[in-house]
Design a protein around this ligand. Structure first.
Ligand code: SAH
Length: 301
């Protein structure tokens, strides 16, 4: 790709930056916590399913915007819940590593984010299987493997460059917040994360899901992610969690030079593409693997 895309869209989002920190879960929304029984059963199943005994990735540097873990102060019953879900997550991470994801920071982030908190209680027993799951409005939470793979692919330049080994990405944009899971993972490997969702109830769901995690370096926006976020560009990485027939021009323009965008591209048949901006008007593109995502749609709903 060497053609020069049109001028970036000047359109601003209707909402100001909205922090996801502070506040309480909406009344009537039960806190989705796996029961110890389910969790233990799942842990046993998950460990049994892993080809290798789960290996914890080396603990990465302290994640940028996360509050200190509160495991110590939790009541005993909650603590055993936490320990059970931690064991299940380690097994999930071992499976993802077995599928070829190597970046230790990404594996550590995956291990740290409680995926069951992003899934409705009725499905939370399936939170740590490697599958996408429904989150309502015909959308899904992405499978853990693809979440990890995309973030790894976005980080690769930094990791391989002289200065970059283990360095945290600066500003990152996600298109398609959904329930907020990938945004939470991203917030552990980047200094600032912006995530845009076009379906209002999902934007609200993500806010509710993320609030208890108190992630200070994550901002959620309601709007059309195809336009990007010109007011905070350029980005050191962009991830699309929904597939378009092509990558929107505005997003290519909002990449910093040297930065990478990772996106599923296609209709029925999709491929994961990585686009690197190599100059002011020059981008290169590579196909990573095949994939399957929900469609990228214009406008808001
Ligand atoms: N990131 C999520 C995946 C959500 S699925 C996770 O962590 O699992 C993809 C999401 O992209 C859906 O919620 C869908 O509504 C949203 N989406 C599709 N087109 C969009 C657009 N133009 N702007 C913002 N979000 C969009």
């Amino acid at each position: 790709m060497t053609d020069r895309p049109g001028a970036p869209e000047g359109k601003r989002f209707p909402l100001p930056l909205s922090s996801v920190t502070g506040g309480a879960r909406k009344p009537g929304t039960p806190a989705p916590v796996a029961t110890p029984q389910t969790a233990t059963q799942n842990a046993a199943r998950a460990v049994g399913a892993a080809a290798q005994p789960p290996k914890a990735p080396a603990p990465g540097p302290r994640a940028p915007g996360y509050a200190a873990p509160s495991t110590q102060s939790a009541p005993a019953a909650q603590r055993s819940d936490l320990m059970a879900t931690e064991a299940i997550r380690r097994a999930m991470v071992a499976r993802v590593a077995g599928q070829g994801v190597k970046d230790p920071a990404v594996l550590a982030a995956l291990e740290a984010v409680p995926r069951h908190l992003f899934i409705e209680p009725a499905l939370s027993s399936q939170a740590y299987i490697d599958a996408s799951l429904p989150i309502g409005h015909h959308q899904t939470i992405s499978q853990p493997y693809i979440v990890a793979r995309m973030i790894e692919a976005m980080r690769e330049t930094l990791r391989d460059s002289k200065a970059g080994n283990g360095v945290t990405l600066g500003r990152v944009l996600e298109i398609g917040t959904g329930c907020g899971y990938q945004a939470a993972v991203l917030a552990r490997v980047a200094q600032e994360v912006y995530s845009i969702e076009r379906i209002k109830p999902l934007h609200e769901l993500a806010k509710a899901n993320l609030r208890p995690l108190r992630i200070s370096n994550l901002r959620l926006h309601y709007g059309d992610g195809m336009l990007g976020l010109a007011q905070v560009a350029p980005f050191d990485g962009i991830i699309l969690a929904a597939a378009g027939l092509e990558v929107p021009r505005a997003l290519l323009e909002q990449l910093a030079i040297g930065a990478r965008l990772v996106a599923p591209v296609g209709g029925q048949v999709q491929r994961l593409e990585r686009i690197t901006r190599i100059g002011k008007s020059e981008w290169t593109s590579e196909t990573l693997e095949s994939c399957h995502f929900v469609p990228l749609r214009p406008g808001t709903a």
